[in-house]
Design a protein around this ligand. Structure first.
Ligand SMILES: [Mn+2]
Length: 468
């Protein structure tokens, strides 16, 4: 895939607008994609000697936002929000977003302010799989020749889960990936074993987090160690990481995982097993060998940890190259974050198990006291403690007296064709809330008194879709 001609012209126009502006503000989203977008834009403007402010915000901040600068750039957000309501004559707006746009390409005509929106959806390109916010910002940087920022574009796409459908990058993401490989920033390992923490976690620990299907090894490090010893891959005192295994050892491990999963999944899922175990892996070659920044998914988790704890600037400084002060801060944010997660998980999953309530087609827990920012992460980790054949929903209260709901499920359910993002949007709408997201990771905000209605409607909606 190439950048469509019209989109390329938009990038040239963006360059002109930037060249003519001295007073610039960037708004970007608080997740990994948004932070990467901000870092790419900020680096680009720095190199152009353009002074700018940057702020990382939640979507709800944007509706009817006051614009106080000559040029306001929105990245990884803006397309779906009413950001132009208070635009004053002569002001300039650039939007680089991959979410469904409210405004069409002709919107810019007949306005007394300048409006340029670069959105792949305007060009027939699906923003869920082919390019995300960081990628769109990278293509702007590339117009200035800054292909050294390509690896940040790759990181943004990992963070945005752009590769979840096929296990690899497609469309415009492939161009970014190739730029990063050509520049010597990225190594791509095809069909690697897909386990989180390939550089930093001992394999017997990393394996125990397998949760798409409940296996004997799930949350059981004694069992993972026994299997690794039996396969002759690792012994207790070695604590090898996945990256230290030979190809042959990886092959043995793959075989054993296939056997284990085959035993517990119904026949129709067997064809998906390789997808469950294998995925392209991404190594950032400029990072230290033992650093958690070397693996793209670990790096993206650290970015998200910052977002969830309102420390986006620390994350951005690391991306912009500060590997001394900001990296220390990043490590401490990540550590606090993990501690926080572990405490919440212990509260929900451990003990007598009555905290997880199982209905016919779904299961849920009350995460009272869990911060809304991390309830999604917690819900994903709780999946390993419950019935993988049903989705798990976590509830927690927000500051504004509503409820946040997060849903996670085994990838097998999404391979099966269930799109929970669409279902949660519908059900949340029916109770006066709003929601959406990915097929297997999504969420909603609903009124607090509608919780039982929501659960009941959701459970009923899944009749016939979930196999018990
Ligand atoms: Mn995004």
């Amino acid at each position: 895939m190439q950048i469509p001609q019209l989109m390329h012209e938009q990038y040239l126009e963006a360059k002109d607008i930037i060249a003519d502006s001295v007073d610039i503000k960037i708004y970007s989203h608080i997740d990994c994609d948004g932070i990467c977008s901000g870092a790419i834009l900020s680096t680009t403007l720095d190199r152009q000697n353009k002074k700018h402010d940057i702020e990382f915000v939640n979507l709800d901040v944007l509706d009817n936002i006051e614009l106080d600068h000559e040029l306001t750039i929105f990245s990884d957000l803006g397309s779906g929000q009413n950001i132009t309501g208070k635009a004053k004559p002569g002001q300039k707006i650039i939007v680089l977003d991959h979410h469904p746009p409210l405004r069409d390409l002709d919107y810019k005509n007949d306005k007394d302010f300048t409006y340029l929106e670069i959105n792949p959806m305007h060009h027939g390109i699906d923003g869920s799989y082919y390019v995300c916010g960081g990628g769109l910002c990278y293509f702007l940087a590339k117009e200035y020749g800054y292909t050294d920022l390509s690896w940040i574009g790759v990181l943004s796409a990992i963070g945005d889960m752009q590769n979840t459908r096929t296990g690899h990058f497609e469309g415009l993401n492939e161009i970014i990936q190739q730029d990063a490989i050509d520049g010597g920033y990225l190594e791509l390992t095809k069909s690697d074993i897909n386990i989180y923490g390939r550089n930093t976690r001992p394999l017997f620990v990393a394996l125990s987090y397998f949760s798409d299907v409940r296996l004997p090894i799930t949350n059981n490090t004694t069992e993972t160690m026994a299997i690794l010893e039996e396969l002759g891959i690792d012994e207790k005192h070695n604590r090898k990481t996945l990256n230290q295994l030979t190809m042959e050892d990886k092959g043995k491990l793959y075989q054993r995982l296939v056997e284990m999963i085959s035993k517990v999944v119904p026949g129709r899922y067997v064809k998906y097993i390789p997808q469950l175990i294998l995925c392209d892996s991404y190594t950032f070659l400029k990072e230290d060998r033992n650093s958690f920044l070397r693996d793209a998914s670990e790096f993206s988790t650290a970015m998200n940890a910052c977002g969830r704890n309102h420390e986006e600037k620390i994350a951005m400084e690391v991306l912009k190259g500060d590997r001394i002060v900001a990296l220390d801060e990043l490590e401490s944010v990540s550590l606090d974050h993990r501690r926080n997660l572990a405490q919440s998980i212990a509260r929900v999953a451990e003990g007598d198990g009555t905290n997880i309530i199982e209905l016919e087609n779904l299961q849920y827990f009350d995460g009272d006291g869990i911060k809304p920012e991390i309830v999604g992460t917690i819900t994903g980790m709780i999946l390993g403690y419950c019935n993988w054949k049903k989705p798990i929903l976590g509830f927690t209260q927000t500051d504004s007296d509503g409820l946040k709901v997060s849903l996670r499920c085994s990838r097998l359910l999404s391979y099966d064709g269930i799109h929970f993002g669409n279902i949660i949007r519908k059900i949340a709408g029916e109770v006066g809330g709003s929601g959406g997201g990915h097929a297997m990771a999504c969420g909603a905000y609903i009124p607090i008194d509608k919780k039982s209605d929501f659960i009941e409607l959701f459970n009923r909606e899944l009749d016939g879709k979930i196999t018990n």
